[in-house]
Design a protein around this ligand. Structure first.
Ligand code: PLP
Length: 202
């Protein structure tokens, strides 16, 4: 029997790149010609445009999303002796950001029971979102808890209303990791516009 193996690529980024290629090439050429490599007008324009689109007051460009998390948490006054709650299925960079800020990450379970879009092989998980479980987060609160870092994952947002209720009930800051949900919307909020600050990655 003749068997033909077909490789299906996991992701084809060139398909997304092609329609924008000319625009991107021209923008990069323009920056190179001006030698405007550090900060500069393009970054300032992007910061303002992205903040406006996300419905927040300010946007600040950093080297990467991990820097945005550690610098953002530090800017919120979070550091040594503070505990920060995040889900066990957080991206590794989120944990690194918390640790680099000097705080202690406290991992709590994610939600596998509510309506959502994650599709996995186990039928009992078919409706799961895998977003942070706020009931588990409530059990992890101590006198050292300063913030919760909800991850808006796979394009889904953690419920802004439930997050705001949680933050006011336990007097903690919300610092959103929106690196997998740029411009996602839920309950009238845009990802990154719920808490005191947020981090993204491009
Ligand atoms: C949820 C999440 N947080 C943080 C990051 C870190 O971003 P960066 O790789 O730009 O440091 C990523 C990167 O993919 C991410 O998916």
């Amino acid at each position: 029997m003749n068997t033909t193996l077909t490789t299906i690529p996991l992701v084809d980024l060139s398909e997304q790149h092609q329609p924008l290629q000319n625009q991107i090439d021209a923008a990069v050429r323009d920056v190179l010609q001006r030698g405007d490599f550090i900060l500069g007008k393009d970054l300032a324009e992007f910061e303002a445009a992205f903040a406006l689109k996300s419905g927040v007051s300010y946007g600040i460009g950093t080297g990467c999303g991990t820097d945005a998390i550690s610098l953002g948490l530090q800017a919120c006054g979070i550091g040594a002796n503070d505990e920060v709650i995040l889900p066990t299925n957080a991206f590794i960079a989120t944990l690194i950001g918390v640790i680099r800020a000097g705080a202690k990450p406290i991992l709590v379970d994610c939600d596998l029971d509510v309506r959502g879009v994650v599709r996995v092989a186990r039928p009992e998980y078919i409706e799961a979102t895998a977003l942070i479980d706020l009931e588990a987060a409530a059990k992890a609160i101590t006198t050292k808890t300063k913030a919760i870092v909800p991850l808006h994952l796979y394009g889904q947002m953690v419920s802004p209303r439930q997050l705001l209720d949680f933050a006011s009930a336990y007097n903690v800051l919300i610092f959103e990791d929106a690196a997998q949900a740029h411009l996602a919307q839920r309950e009238g909020y845009t990802a990154g516009g719920v808490g005191i600050a947020a981090a993204y990655s491009l």
